[in-house]
Ligand binder design. Structure first.
Ligand code: NDP
Length: 346
């Protein structure tokens, strides 16, 4: 059995959904009530893959909301409690969705393996980042040519290049896609220089320098909502793949020739009888999901019960190949810019 750990996109949203699901006592509570609320196993469901394999899964809402990010101890407790619940429910492989994997890594939760009388077994959890990185690369390869961008000549800016997903995307684009040039963007210089050395190329630039130069921009950093960008300086055509969380770039960029695609999102070939993707505000909540969630499903389909994506900068091209092939075989396709591409990719 596989699991997904997630959360609502805002406090307001969470209260509304809790009311709909009949958790009235939590729904009516203020932020302090929510901070002390335990995780909830919201629903169980069955999924049948395109090749007929049947698996069962469960969705656990961590009762975390992004407004709690500044409350370090609360955020830490929310993630660990949700993981403990997943393990106690006997879930073999569970994806850490939304902010939960970021909290796990950035707050160094590896140090907190014991929760009350449970010792967390790390092999039961995955960040889902390998599948996310593969999906973003495939979205780039499928969609850029459809708007007239020649991949062999394209300059591709990776915002968040030194991150777990960003560095994997860079390796793939150099080794497999052979794009024209990589523009590497992050805030800290030394990791950028180390990455440039590992890749054997790529230009280290600031965000302001990279944007007007890029035919394709892959965002794999959680960007502040206050980020201001002058869209008139962007190239035409320009493909933006919004792989960060939350996905807030379509409101920042509009204009002729600028194409914004929600990155790291996949679509299953048929509807799944769950309701929890409404929490994540997907356009087609019975089919669409984050690629990191889909990774837990794929590992269950493949009987691969291991922490497939774990730690930082451990994603290899071989692992991306494995999860990518499983993704296609079991009936996932990437979210694309237009219907024709969507149909061709399915
Ligand atoms: P990491 O923490 O490993 O990497 C974040 C990267 O972003 C680093 O390179 C960091 O470098 C850079 N960064 C952070 N802030 C800024 C900024 N203001 N300007 C420029 N660069 C910045 O994160 P992950 O790779 O694990 O995840 C990346 C994003 O993908 C997250 O937003 C995450 O929520 C999202 N995600 C999406 C999934 C999906 O299914 N669609 C699944 C998993 C994650 P530095 O600190 O030096 O700036």
């Amino acid at each position: 059995m596989f699991g997904l750990i997630g959360h609502s996109t805002s406090f307001e949203n969470a209260r509304q959904k809790a009311m709909e699901l009949g958790f009235d006592h939590i729904a009516e509570g203020d932020m302090d009530v929510w901070c002390s609320s335990p995780p909830q196993l919201v629903e169980n469901f069955k999924v049948v893959s395109r090749v007929g394999k049947v698996i069962e899964g469960a969705y656990i809402d961590s009762c975390f909301v992004p407004e709690m990010l500044s409350r370090f101890k609360t955020a830490r407790r929310k993630v660990l409690n949700a993981m403990e619940l997943a393990q106690k429910k006997g879930l073999n492989i569970t994806a850490l969705g939304g902010f939960t994997s970021i909290i796990f890594e950035n707050f160094n939760l590896l140090q907190h393996q014991n929760i009350r009388n449970t010792t967390l077994q790390w092999e039961r959890f995955t960040t889902g980042n390998t599948h996310t990185a593969w999906v973003i690369c495939r979205q780039l390869e499928l969609n850029a040519p459809s708007i007239g961008i020649d991949l062999k000549k394209a300059r591709v800016a990776i915002v968040g290049a030194t991150g777990d997903i960003g560095s994997a995307v860079c390796r793939w684009l150099v080794e497999r896609t052979s794009v024209g040039e990589l523009l590497l963007v992050a805030r800290q210089q030394q990791p950028l220089l180390d990455l440039q050395k590992e890749l054997g190329g790529g230009k280290v630039l600031t965000l302001e320098e990279a944007l007007p130069d890029a035919d394709i921009i892959v965002w794999v950093a959680s960007m502040p909502r206050t980020l201001e960008i002058d869209a008139t300086n962007l190239r035409n055509p320009c493909l933006m793949i919004d792989g960060g969380y939350p996905k807030n770039l379509d409101s920042k960029f509009s204009g002729t020739g600028i194409h914004v695609l929600k990155g790291g999102i996949v679509q299953f070939f048929e509807d799944i009888g769950w309701n929890m993707m409404q929490l994540a505000e997907m356009d087609k909540p019975h089919r669409e999901m984050f690629a990191c969630f889909a990774e837990a499903m794929l590992l269950e389909f493949e009987n691969c019960h291991t922490n497939f994506s774990w730690g930082r900068n451990n994603i290899t091209l071989e692992k991306m190949d494995f999860i990518g092939q499983a993704s296609l075989r079991h009936g996932f396709s990437t979210l694309n810019l237009n219907q024709e591409l969507q149909a061709a990719a399915a």
